[in-house]
Design a protein around this ligand. Structure first.
Ligand SMILES: Cc1cc2nc3c(=O)[nH]c(=O)nc-3n(C[C@H](O)[C@H](O)[C@H](O)COP(=O)(O)OP(=O)(O)OC[C@H]3O[C@@H](n4cnc5c(N)ncnc54)[C@H](O)[C@@H]3O)c2cc1C
Length: 436
């Protein structure tokens, strides 16, 4: 009997340590670091990261040879559910995007010299990285259409193009840039992945674009001085040596795919952590606030909010855990895993938004105000219907995978067409009725 919904007992002490650390240290600290620059933040965070390393939980998504724990995806999912409660936690635990995904890409695509230079320092937290695929003037949902070019000139690659939403590019040490090497090649073999170190002449970070998560007017030249920015970047005859290409020309798409599987599930599980936090606020408010002489919790519509939230979060959590389990049992790139990962990727952000919205609603004006974390959580969560693939793109993948093994009935009629089914049933079982 393989179905088992229990948390592995040997992992529970670590999960409890993480819960305490996240709730008692990281969430309170989040309220105090506004206005600090990256150097100050790094000094503030260093002892916290050390605590995580001492506990053996740093970069736990990595295999042991890279300093991680070699946990399977189910363990990681349970861990990310806890980390998701705080937006600071992934950084403190060494598993924050885009670095974690970039490390996965480098681990599969880079040669040993490239790993020494970029992967190992990235894993140790000594470098920060950026992933630059999306462009303002082409559709990120269809990367076969990107326009940024990468052309060979002697011993160098020359990059020209325009990227944006290249997260952290204003403070990262290097960017992994996806650029077209051969526009005439088949669509999925046109692009390559190339490393551009910070400060390379010809790479210009134009600004950190304001967003719902971090609304600010962002004229040219506005840079945030800290992680969390989504940068607009221009490459103008930007030259890097030939050994800065990861893999071969034409392998960019395959490498881009490699960085997203685990990351999407960890993202989804962190969203469950956010759901839990919003749900805790919803429940507390329901019993604490009175209207018309009784607590909100006694109002039927509020009870429906509570019951619906519970069911939706449980369903979401089971879907993500099942996706993680499928990755562990059938492989991260198996069809079954790809189906569940895409399903989780569009389902969970919508549930998260709904649960946060209910919590805002029940807090009334206070929920809408910045006196509660809910409005910020809502703004942050909205990105998740777009980042790492828009809902529609994942729905399309789910539909495509679901239909791969489905065939139309030879007769041209639906398989469940009653008149023809009845005819077949009569031919098989008519004699039984005749005997009656
Ligand atoms: C917070 C945040 C961080 C990000 N970080 C990074 C990063 O670090 N690096 C990076 O390269 N990119 C990053 N992105 C960009 C992100 O990956 C893209 O925004 C996303 O892939 C969608 O691309 P697009 O914005 O060009 O939208 P488009 O591709 O133009 O799509 C616009 C909309 O069209 C609809 N649509 C698209 N395709 C279909 C379809 N097949 N069927 C039906 N409707 C469709 C969807 O509603 C979609 O939202 C980030 C985005 C956000 C919000």
């Amino acid at each position: 009997m393989a179905w088992d919904f229990a948390t592995p007992a040997e992992f529970e002490p670590d999960l409890q340590w993480m819960r305490d650390f996240v709730d008692q240290t990281l969430i309170p600290l989040e309220l105090l670091y506004e206005g600090l620059d990256q150097q100050q933040l790094d000094r503030l965070w260093a002892p916290l990261k050390q605590q995580v390393k001492d506990r053996g939980l740093w970069a736990a998504h990595l295999p042991p040879e890279h300093g991680g724990q070699g946990y399977g995806q189910v363990h990681l999912a349970l861990m990310h559910e806890v980390l998701g409660r705080s937006e600071l936690a992934p950084e403190i635990f060494g598993c924050q995007g885009p670095d974690s995904g970039n490390a996965e890409l480098l681990a599969v695509g880079a040669n040993e010299a490239q790993k020494q230079r970029w992967l190992y320092p990235l894993l140790a937290g000594e470098l920060r990285s950026t992933f630059a695929l999306t462009e303002p003037h082409t559709s990120g949902s269809d990367p076969t259409g990107i326009k940024t070019r990468c052309e060979r000139d002697g011993d160098e690659w020359v990059i020209n193009g325009h990227k944006w939403f290249a997260s952290n590019a204003s403070v990262s040490d290097f960017s992994l840039v996806m650029a077209v090497t051969d526009p005439e090649a088949p669509p999925h073999k046109r692009a390559a992945m190339i490393v551009v170190p910070r400060g390379t002449p010809g790479m210009r970070v134009v600004r950190d674009v304001g967003s719902m998560h971090d609304p600010h007017y962002s004229p040219e030249g506005f840079l945030m001085d800290r992680i969390g920015g989504h940068s607009e970047v221009l490459f103008e005859n930007c030259r890097v040596p030939l050994d800065h290409m990861i893999g071969e020309p034409g392998e960019g798409f395959v490498l881009a795919q490699k960085r997203l599987g685990g990351g999407r599930i960890h993202h989804a599980m962190r969203m469950i952590g956010q759901c839990n936090r919003a749900f805790e606020m919803l429940k507390e408010r329901a019993i604490a606030r009175e209207t018309r002489g009784k607590p909100l919790a006694k109002q039927q519509m509020v009870q429906a909010m509570l019951a619906d939230s519970y069911v939706e979060i449980e369903m979401a959590r089971l879907l993500v855990l099942k996706s993680a389990w499928t990755m562990d049992t059938e492989g991260p790139f198996s069809k079954a895993a790809r189906l569940d990962i895409s399903a989780s990727k569009f389902a969970i952000p919508n549930i998260l938004l709904t649960v946060i919205d209910r919590a805002i609603q029940l807090h009334g004006a206070m929920g809408y105000s910045t006196d509660m974390p809910l409005e910020k959580m809502y703004r942050g969560a909205r990105a998740l219907r777009i980042a790492d693939g828009a809902d529609e793109v994942h729905k399309q993948s789910v539909a495509r995978l679901l239909l791969e093994d489905v065939e139309a009935n030879e007769s041209g009629l639906p398989s469940e067409h009653i008149p023809s089914q009845r005819q077949r049933a009569e031919a098989r079982f008519g004699h039984l009725l005749a005997d009656l």
